[in-house]
Design a protein around this ligand. Structure first.
Ligand SMILES: *[C@@H]1O[C@H](CO)[C@@H](O)[C@H](O)[C@H]1NC(C)=O
Ligand SMILES: *[C@@H]1O[C@H](CO)[C@@H](O)[C@H](O)[C@H]1NC(C)=O
Length: 379
């Protein structure tokens, strides 16, 4: 019933780059799929303020007047448009990058209850949330010029990779449908990545709801430089579509904050505690209800085939590494310093299994096998 949990994200609010503070709430009433663009509210010219739950959105011509003073030097050019489109949904919020035409970031609040299907009411005519009923769709909240198009992905060789996984949004069909907006999608290598290691990582994140009362999860496409033979660092990436429209990230980050121990009911599915190194685990006293417990983990994975044997922990990086690479402040310093390392708290390990989920895939040519995660980049 109340599978939609009203809860504010990151206790005091969450700072996202220049977009100011943002208070994520699971909306009690699901947002209809054909949602209106989020509030037309110009970003404040002042420094981001934590106390103000701001929604930074389109600052198009309609809001230009409010910026007239600060932008007077720009003359008729005025304010050049939004930093990112802030999009709100039943199961997640996201920022869209109009230049790259995929999400700049997505954020979710997961609990053991939120990732479950709603219970069927007695009588059996319950709502059956099914991803087979969802279809990918262009997001008409984004102006056509900046929109990712279905044709861009067609025969691109890449999967339409969910940033917020559909399986995280089983609370309602609306919630699941909303994960199929192309504003929640980025081009991902299919076999060996989106359909395999990345899917296993998403599953790992969901299993963490058995350990933590609340999980806050960012998924962030990244463009990381690689050193060329002349010694200089460059970012190179493919752009799909004809004409080219949608950029292909070089990497993807998952950033996970676990808050408070899950109740013992929810702990049955918990990943086992870390082995010997996990002396910490016992010190933390996971079994007790420690509502102040914080654990923070960040993983950066290449957008290429990753062998299932690669240890999940080998992709772990400090959260600052992701923040620096993404240009986003994901957590206030107090959270970062108070949080334990996720992989010291739980066993960071994927479980390899067939998802049998081919609905994500387009008939994509498999990428060259044997590609190895590239971890030498500076981030
Ligand atoms: C989900 O999407 C499908 C396909 O577009 C549509 O037929 C269905 O009505 C949607 N369901 C809800 C609850 O919005
Ligand atoms: C994106 O692709 C479409 C064709 O599918 C094209 O008409 C459009 O101009 C492209 N958009 C951009 C911004 O290049």
């Amino acid at each position: 019933m109340s599978h939609v949990i009203p809860a504010s994200l990151f206790a005091g609010g969450l700072v996202l780059g220049v977009s100011g503070a943002l208070l994520l709430q699971r909306s009690p009433a699901p947002v209809p799929v054909a949602a209106q663009p989020a509030a037309q509210q110009a970003p404040s010219p002042g420094p981001p303020s934590i106390s103000k739950p701001a929604t930074v959105v389109d600052a198009g011509p309609s809001s230009a007047s409010s910026l007239a003073v600060s932008n007077s030097q720009l003359g008729p050019a005025s304010y050049p448009g939004p930093v990112s489109d802030f999009l709100q949904h039943a199961a997640y919020v996201s920022g869209y990058d109009r230049r790259l035409r995929h999400p700049a970031w997505t954020a979710e609040h997961l609990t053991a209850a939120s990732i479950k299907r709603p219970p069927s009411p007695p009588g059996g005519s319950g709502q059956n949330v099914d991803r087979a009923l969802s279809v990918f769709r262009e997001d008409e909240r984004i102006p056509e010029m900046f929109r990712a198009r279905m044709v861009d992905y067609l025969r691109s060789g890449y999967d339409r990779g969910h940033m917020v996984p559909a399986a995280d949004a089983k609370s309602s069909q609306v919630a699941m449908n909303e994960t199929f907006f192309l504003t929640n999608i980025a081009p991902q290598v299919g076999a060996g990545m989106n359909r395999d290691y990345w899917a296993h990582t998403e599953d790992f994140v969901r299993r963490l709801t058995a350990r933590f009362a609340d999980l806050y999860v960012f998924t962030i496409p990244l463009y990381l430089p690689r050193q060329s033979s002349d010694g200089k660092w460059r970012v190179t990436y493919e752009v799909i579509g004809n004409p080219p429209n949608v950029s292909v990230p070089t990497h993807f980050a998952k950033v996970i904050l676990g808050v408070g121990a899950a109740s013992s009911n929810d702990r049955k599915l918990a990943p086992p505690p870390a082995p010997s190194s996990g002396g910490l685990t016992s010190k933390v006293g996971f079994a007790t209800h420690d509502s102040h417990m914080l654990a923070l983990g960040a993983f950066v994975m290449p957008n290429s085939v990753i062998p299932n044997e690669a240890p999940l922990e080998s992709f772990a990086v400090p959260v600052e590494t992701v923040e620096r690479a993404a240009g986003l402040t994901l957590f206030p310093p107090a959270i970062k310093s108070a949080a334990k390392r996720l992989c010291d708290t739980v066993k960071c390990q994927i479980i390899v299994r067939e998802f049998g989920d081919k609905s994500k895939s387009l008939s994509a040519p498999a990428p060259a096998p044997g590609a190895v995660p590239v971890r030498s980049q500076t981030m």
